[in-house]
Each structure stands twice: as C-alpha cells, then as structure tokens.
Design a binder for this molecule. Sequence first.
Ligand SMILES: [Zn+2]
Length: 442
Amino acid sequence: MQPFAIVALVLILARAITELWLSQLNQRHVRAHANEVPIAFRGVIDDATYRRSVDYTLAKSHFGDVANLFDVMLLIAVLFSGVLPWAFARFSATFGTSIPAMAGFLVSTGIALSIPALPFAWYAQFKLEERFGFNTTTMKTWIFDRVKGLLLALLLGYPLLALVLKLMVWTGANWWLWAATVVIAFQLFLLLVAPAVIMPLFNKFTPLPKGALRERLFALAQRTDFPTRSIEVMDGSKRSRHSNAFFTGLGRFRKIVLFDTLIAQLTEPELESVFAHEIGHYKKRHVLKLLGVSIAGVFVAFAAIAWLARQQWFYRAFGFEHQGGFAAASVVPAMLLFALLAGTISFWLSPFIHTWSRRFEYEADAFARATMGEAQSKSEQSHSAPALQRFLLLASDPSRTRTRAAIRSALDTSAATPCALVACRESSLLARELTELPPRLN
Ligand SMILES: [Zn+2]
C-alpha cells in the first residue's frame, strides 16, 4: 500500500469511529433524559409525545449508525479495490478521452455510486418514518422523485462538468480560478431560478389564502420592514407529516414558504413566531453569510483539486497513472478522488460549522422574541452538560442523526419559542435542517 493510501484509510476510519462514538454519546444522553420532559418544553409537549420523540430519535440514530457503517465500507472498497482505475481505463478505451466522454465518466460514476444508498433511503422512508407515522410518500412519488433528481443531475450537472473540463484546456494553470467562478455563477443562477423552476417540479406551491393568518403574517412583514411579495404554502404533506418553513430565492424572487403540515399543526400566534424567526434569518443576513462561506468553499475545493492533480503520490495511492498537464483525462481522476474524500476532511470542521449555524438559529430566535414580545418567550434554565460534551455533540451530522434537537432541548438554557419545535430550513440550495425535534403527532 502506498503511504498516502494508508493516511487516507486512517482518516476515513478515524472519522467513522468518531461519528459512531458521538452517536453513542448522543443516544446515551437521550436515554438518560427519556423519562422526563425537559423544562424548556414543559407545557409545550406532553409526556407521551416526548416519549415518542425519544423513541424516534433513538431509532433514527441507530439507523444512521448502520447506514454510516455501510457508507464507510463502501467508500473503502471503492477507493482501495482498484475498481476506479479499472473503470476509468475501460471507459476511456470505449468512449475515448474527449471532454464529453470524461464528463460522462464523472456523471456515470456518480450515478453508479449513488445506487447502493437507495435501499437505505427506501428503508428510512417506508419503514422508519412509517413506523412513527410520519411517512405519507407513496411508492410512485418516491420513484418519480428519484427519476426527476437523476434527470436534473444529467441536465444541469453534465453540461457544467463539461464546461469546467473545457476551461481546463482553455485556460491552463489558472483553470481552477475560472472553474470556481463559473460554478459559483451557476449556483447563484440556480438560487435565483430554483424557486420558480426546480422546486415546482417536486411540490405544489400556492399563495397563502386570504384570511386572518395571511393578514397577520403580512402585517408582521410590514412591521419588521421585510420586503416580501409572497407567502406560499407548500404541499409538504405529499411526502411526510414533518413540518417545516424556509425562505428561498434572492432579491425580488425571495419568498417565504410554509408547509401545509406546519399550518395544520400550529396555532396562528405560533405560526407568526415561526414567520418572525424566518424574517430574523433575513434581517441578520444569514443567507448572505452562508452564501459567502459556500463561495469560499468552492474556491478552496477547486484549488485543492488543481493542486492534487499535480501530485503523483495522490494518483498512485489509489492506483491511477499520473500524466500531468491540463488534459481532461489527466485531471478527472483527481476530481473523482477529491469528491470521494472531501467529506473525510470536512468532517473535522463540522463542530465549527454547527456552532455557527446554532448561533444563527439563536439569533433568529432572539429576533423573533424581540418582535413578538416577551409573551412568546419561554426562556428557562435547563439541564446543562459539560462544555466538552456539548462541543462534541455538535460534531454529529444533524441531517443524519436527528438527535441534536432532543439534546438541544435537554442541554440548552436558551429559549424554546414554538419555532424551535419545527425544523427550520434555509434557502433551498443551502439547505440544512437545523432543529430536528419531531413535530407534534396529531
Ligand atoms: Zn432557523
């Protein structure tokens, strides 16, 4: 085994072990507080609901561990079995090394590698979510979602990749600066058009109907000087009973979206405070800040790929031949390997990213409280965990473990406005679920 292959293997295993350990720590903490509703949530959720949310959190976390282990084994097999250089050689021999062919190789490898995750996605939706009464997705919707996602990836991803590879040939050594710029421009364009063009492919959006709620929310928008033309309702109930709210788009395309499930589950004052929380994200410029980080991330990623493409040891570690130069075929292995390994490195940044995103949530909560008046505030002292544990808990991936909110509720001394009870998602492309306590079961 090449020296860097050993380094990569150690890093992958270190991440996997850390994630599993954190997950166990989370589960233990959740179990330890399973029998008593945290003070901050008393009066907001009842014992039976809390108990169910504990069971759900544990089941989800356990499933996450299994999926995680599978991912790690698959990654190790793909990286170290020699299947990638073999596939690359076969593909090049059959289709050549032209730019369209190389972009095709990247896209088809990406699709092939996403197939093993399908049974897990199916299980999560139709077994796990179903068991707790959250699933409303039909098999037909689920399959159509996958097909639509695949077509979008082909339609948008393939031309973009081909353009990036073409830039390499056109611009030489500085190709990565051009490539990053083009990718960012493309992301911004998507951010603009996604609410109008892409999101309606998956869900139906309708303006919030005239009535007391609509008047109330528009009055709040006016009071907080939030320029919005539309508040829309999304048929989230098509897929799940989970509720959510988010705002999306830039400039005049901006809109606030409430799930129909959210409207069904919350009272008008609660909805108003969810809305105020979303406006808080805008007022505190969170979308711009996240966008800034994501732009910096694209530049770092392309700089890393350009650098790795010049390193013989990097190619050799995974069985590729190093040719050098700026032909598509010589850089494509570096792109593929980078895509596979990036998560192993970025994982170690996640405590900082999560600390940051939690701060955003608190800022938005604080804005909501200030706007709504102290009547909405339920700030109380709660159990507090040691600082180290708190920091480590932040490292666990929120979208996978879903334990954070249960822990947040147990650990945090800060407020539980009703909006802390619903999952809050930022703009579609910077999507992240930030609070994950399961919503009240009807
Ligand atoms: Zn939020």
